[in-house]
Design a protein around this ligand. Structure first.
Ligand code: NDP
Length: 334
């Protein structure tokens, strides 16, 4: 088996030298353990935080430690009656191709016809639930709301905009980093308007895209986007603060929005959240979202890189916007 380990802590943007691919013999499974051949692994922005020393929302990785992350795989050997050979499982498995895992630490996944296993790392997994929780619970989305999503062409953002539209938003505006992504948002996902944040001040572009103001903001980016949204909010506006990727590689604290007094004058609510605290919505999510996927009402896109060798390039590329929809590393044929 091969696995990626953290070789050094990055200063600013990570580089390939911060990671190391090692070959290991995996142990025989003990009683209660399973051997899983991974089909696909996830690279996610939160992993950047785990490369730093000190507490982010997930614990820091130690230098020399295996990189962890969500993965789906097939059980090829089982010493647990609960998780038989052949089962499809979701695990926090690490960046590796084969893993020996405690059967209690994996979730057996349903076999959904026509749905690739990697969707359990995206639309049907953590990013999907993040979009759902943030929009419906934290931002308390209501029919008729005008919604702005930053990072709108990514795994979470592309779902937020579509959930809002399917539930009667009066307008859905998105920002993203390339003209192709902007076109994808308006032409294929049905966003009312979208803009490339490189094209000029976000506040100005947002005013043009949402002339009636916004009621809900789902923030994946932070920084200038957050200040612009505060400026564009209507009274009683609500924001779900999901991420702030514009600052993840920063080596100095980032300046805050300069218009915080508008929280008072417009009576705004800005709420941060971590998806794992909202697992109680998982049942409701699983009742509603898979059928949106199978019926084709939700447009789902992945950017797929092939092979464990590509895990680090995929991760570095994700942080630079090389993905549209969910970034996935495929490790074996399903
Ligand atoms: P994405 O698929 O959205 O990938 C990250 C995207 O960020 C890139 O594609 C890139 O797109 C964009 N980006 C990178 N740098 C910048 C920048 N300087 N300014 C603006 N955009 C930038 O990732 P996810 O959907 O998985 O995650 C989206 C956000 O949600 C992240 O902030 C993540 O940390 C957060 N998150 C939070 C969770 C929670 O529980 N709170 C759970 C899951 C995710 P572009 O080309 O548009 O720049």
């Amino acid at each position: 088996t091969r696995e990626w380990q953290l070789a050094a802590r990055p200063h600013g943007e990570p580089t390939p030298e911060d990671f190391r691919l090692v070959e290991l013999e995996h142990p025989d499974p003990a009683e209660g353990q399973i051997v899983v051949r991974m089909l696909a692994m996830s690279v996610d922005p939160y992993m950047r935080g785990r490369m730093n020393a000190g507490k982010s929302y997930a614990a820091a990785w130690e230098v020399g430690e295996t990189m962890k992350g969500g993965a789906v795989g097939r059980v090829v050997d089982s010493r647990s009656p609960a998780v038989p050979e052949g089962a499809l499982v979701l695990a926090d498995a690490a960046w590796r191709d084969v893993a020996v895992l405690d059967a209690r630490h994996v979730r057996v996944l349903p076999e959904l016809p026509g749905i690739p296993p990697s969707y359990h790392l995206g639309v049907l997994g953590m990013p999907g639930l993040t979009a759902y929780v943030g929009l419906f619970r934290l931002a308390a989305f209501q029919e008729g709301d005008a919604v702005f999503v930053s990072g709108a062409a990514g795994a979470v953002g592309s779902l937020v905009g579509q959930f809002a539209k399917l539930n009667g938003a009066s307008a859905v505006v998105g920002s993203a980093g390339t003209p192709e992504k902007v076109r994808w948002l308006t032409e294929e996902l049905g966003f009312t308007a979208a803009f490339d944040y490189h094209d000029g001040p976000v506040a100005q572009q947002l005013r043009t895209a949402a002339p009636g103001g916004i009621d809900v903001f789902f923030d994946n980016v932070g920084g200038e986007h957050l200040e612009a949204a505060i400026g564009a909010f209507n009274e009683f506006g609500r924001a779900a603060l999901c991420g702030a990727i514009s600052g993840y590689n920063a080596v100095e604290p980032q300046p805050g929005p300069r218009n915080m007094f508008m929280l008072v004058t417009k009576k705004l609510s800005l709420r941060g959240f971590i998806v794992s605290d909202h697992a109680d919505l998982h049942g409701e999510f699983i009742e509603r979202v898979p059928q949106l996927v199978t019926s084709g009402r939700l447009v789902v896109r992945e950017t797929v890189r092939e092979g464990l060798d590509q895990a680090v390039p995929a991760f570095l590329d994700l942080l630079r916007g090389g993905n549209t929809g969910k970034m996935i590393v495929r490790l074996a044929e399903a």
